[in-house]
Design a protein around this ligand. Sequence first.
Ligand SMILES: C[S@@+](CC[C@H](N)C(=O)[O-])C[C@H]1O[C@@H](n2cnc3c(N)ncnc32)[C@H](O)[C@@H]1O
Length: 295
Amino acid sequence: MNREEYDILIGREAAHWSVVACDGEDPQIWDDARLFEIFFGREYRHFLRRVEEHGPRVLELGCGSGGTALALAGRGLRVTGIDLSPERVRAAGREALRRGLADRTEFLSGDLNLMPLPPSSFDCVVAHDALHHILELGDLLDRVRAALVPGGRLVVMDFVGMGSVRRVVAAGLFALLPTYRSYRSKWGLRRRLLSFLTPESRKRKAFAQGSAKLLHAESPFEEISGPSIHAEIASRFRVEEYFTFCPFWYYLAPKLRLPPSWRYPLARTLHALDGAMIRIRPRSGAHILMTAHND
Ligand SMILES: C[S@@+](CC[C@H](N)C(=O)[O-])C[C@H]1O[C@@H](n2cnc3c(N)ncnc32)[C@H](O)[C@@H]1O
């Protein structure tokens, strides 16, 4: 893919993130604080604690509207957040002012595939749900290494995707079970199935050949990285901690149309099923948490 084609796709990605909001037909786990707590609460607090241990100068990659950056600034860290979407960066800045955290935060907009990072400037670099959108992941990690002081840490909590069998099962259950999206509207989504079922390796190959056919229409870089995130980090840093979690049910839980009295008890049961799956196959989670040391 040439630079002109890349610019069109990254523009589409930025536009997607600039307007993304809770979609009543397609709720995500982060749209419901109680569901987020059930599936991710423990790991997210662990992630924040790790960063807190390794601050105080923190760089957040793909900071979005600043949720994580502001949680860290609230714990006394100095945070620089970078995001592709200028709208999200502005929203983060406004929220920092509202919470009285503007003196400890800085938000910049830029494309992490390309932008230089200041050398030896941070004690800790963090990414929450961001690296799976990065095409030039290896190159970004080289810049992250240079931006960290020696002995600094990279702390990542990210989505690495489900295996192909689970994707097919998830798509089938989504199609069959009653969800906030009507059956008619789900039928209209069938063209997206190709992108949902295509693994990282095939997406990257198609991309390199100049084709955007297998990419998500609105968010072309969705899951352009996934299983490779662990290997790319491990080849550049000394991994101190690595585990996976939430292999399956986190994906469907927010989408199921249920009476409110069933929603959270069922979510807790589904989370327990996810936990059982992880005990049987510890590396099968669709999400990872990693702490890596810059030797
Ligand atoms: C799933 S959101 C996560 C946002 C935030 N970290 C959070 O947890 O709320 C992914 C974010 O990555 C950003 N992003 C995607 N591609 C990027 C790129 N090439 N450079 C910088 N940010 C990017 C998007 O704009 C979006 O805000």
